[in-house]
Design a protein around this ligand. Structure first.
Ligand code: TYD
Ligand code: MG
Length: 451
């Protein structure tokens, strides 16, 4: 027996309270509490026969090998080598970024290769999806589209059709009769996701669920959704530019460091196999304040351009603005430059930008960022026209070695770079021939050699 009781639920984080609150004590957001019904499940008495026996780990059959090929290499890689059967994946991103496009293309591929695929849309009519499908050249014979928002109806469709793969676009539009609050509210989202997860796990069907994001870029609805699902993908990019990047925030079946790069074209999303070329398109010469850096994104080397602008200011608190570089990393680099090289950034606004909308993590970009800052501060270009900088900066001003320098150099050679600035301690292990290596062990040395 379930008994009904009212409660107030924070629409941002899912926290509950017996009375209305102005500010959520859990996440600190204001005016997020909404009254919803709570279904209190009365604990059922379980017979002994219901207990599951612990199994020896060696006896458990792993279904991990059973991965579906989505037909999109970039997506396969981000998922950790394909779509795991029975897995639940959340895909989020700004409106209009291309989530529905990516999923329709994926549904088309999977359907052609494996059979029945069900695409449930709560946002668009069947005709609208068909129009998009025509643009994307979707020709699968066993791809079924249904415009439906009732969880019970969707589950019934899945149980009857037993598709190979199901897409739900989007979780915020789905509702269940068991909860009285509006679609998109925390209770609805949680209940619906639970219902979908149950049917997916029982039948071994992988599900992709689109989830909207809030203005702050967080998943709309409860954080609990992120804990429930197996993987969380994030689709990002500037809507005005064509490059789209698919990232993993969570992945139970692979690493979270891989990214997938796409280009939004007339005929849908096109995979970009050579992202370096794309990010560096018209930056072959060196310009003031601009340096090409080599970074690893998961298992793939990528070259991007970092641009800095250092402008004098009389403001008491000079600006520090960075796009694509972690602000903390930038502060650290600036502090080392000030202390060790006596460059007075305290009287300047500093802007740093990674071209192409990529967010750079890790440390191998440090040297390049420092060089671009110095170049702008001194209003001087780097001596060697086409050069790629790789290296981490330590707090004493030393240039520390980084991993995979070999692979970054190879990537650079592929697109016509021949000069590389690398940490001294990396030099011995470099086997690549035919390139000019400028080795540096301190920031000071880098400045002398490059300016
Ligand atoms: P969509 O997949 O509907 O975004 P989301 O589901 O994330 O809200 O993508 C919509 C945008 O993509 C829209 O601005 C038009 C653009 N687009 C193309 O440029 N080419 C295409 O082939 C398609 C289908 C969409
Ligand atoms: Mg959409």
């Amino acid at each position: 027996m379930a008994k009904i009781k009212m409660q107030f639920v924070c629409q941002n984080c899912g926290a509950t309270a017996p009375k209305w609150l102005g500010k959520c004590p859990d996440c600190g957001e204001w005016n997020t509490f909404v009254e919803e019904t709570a279904t209190v499940e009365v604990v059922r008495k379980q017979g002994l026969s219901n207990f599951s026996e612990p199994k020896n780990i060696n006896d458990i059959i792993s279904g991990d090998k059973e991965r579906l090929d989505t037909g999109i290499h970039e997506l396969n890689r981000v998922l950790g080598g394909g779509l795991v059967k029975g897995s639940l994946t959340l895909i989020s991103g700004d409106p209009g970024i291309g989530k529905s496009t990516l999923l329709l293309q994926c549904a088309n591929n999977i359907s052609k290769k494996y059979g029945n695929v069900l695409y449930v849309s709560g946002e668009e009519s069947e005709e609208q999806i068909k129009i998009r499908g025509d643009r994307l050249n979707v020709t699968a014979d066993e791809l079924f589209i249904v415009s439906e928002t009732s969880l019970e109806a969707i589950v019934a469709h899945i149980e009857r059709m037993k598709p190979i793969f199901v897409i739900i676009d989007s979780i915020q539009t789905i509702y269940t009769d068991r909860v009285t609050s509006a679609p998109g509210s925390v209770s609805q989202v949680r209940e619906c996701a639970n219902g979908l997860m149950r049917v997916g796990k029982i039948l071994g069907i992988p599900l992709f669920i689109v989830a909207h994001v809030t203005k702050q870029g967080e998943l709309a609805g409860p954080r609990v959704l992120e804990h429930m699902v197996d993987s969380v993908l994030y689709f990002e990019g500037e809507r005005t530019e064509e490059i789209r990047i698919l990232r993993t925030m969570k992945n139970r079946f692979g690493t979270t460091s891989e990214i997938g790069v796409f280009e939004m074209a007339e005929e849908g999303l096109v995979e970009v196999y050579d992202p370096s070329k794309m990010f560096l398109e018209d930056s072959m010469g060196s310009k003031e304040g601009s340096v090409v850096i080599g970074i690893m994104e998961g298992s793939r080397p990528i070259l991007v351009q970092v641009q800095s602008l250092v402008a004098e200011t009389k403001a008491v608190m000079p600006r520090r603005t960075s796009v694509g570089i972690e602000p903390l990393r930038l502060s650290l680099i600036l502090a080392v430059l000030e202390k060790k090289l006596k460059i007075p950034f305290y009287a300047s606004d500093v802007y740093v930008n990674v071209v192409g909308g990529l967010s750079v993590e890790g440390t191998s970009q440090d040297l390049g960022v420092a060089l671009s800052l110095i170049s702008s501060a001194k209003s001087k270009e780097i001596k060697y026209g086409k050069v790629i900088a790789i290296g981490e900066i330590g707090l004493t001003g030393e240039i520390r070695p980084v991993n995979n320098v070999d692979r970054l150099i190879n990537e650079g050679m592929k697109i016509g770079y021949t000069t590389f600035v690398i940490p001294e301690r990396n030099k011995e292990k470099i086997k690549v021939k035919g390139v000019e290596l400028i080795t540096v062990s301190t920031l000071k040395e880098a400045i002398t050699k490059l300016f």
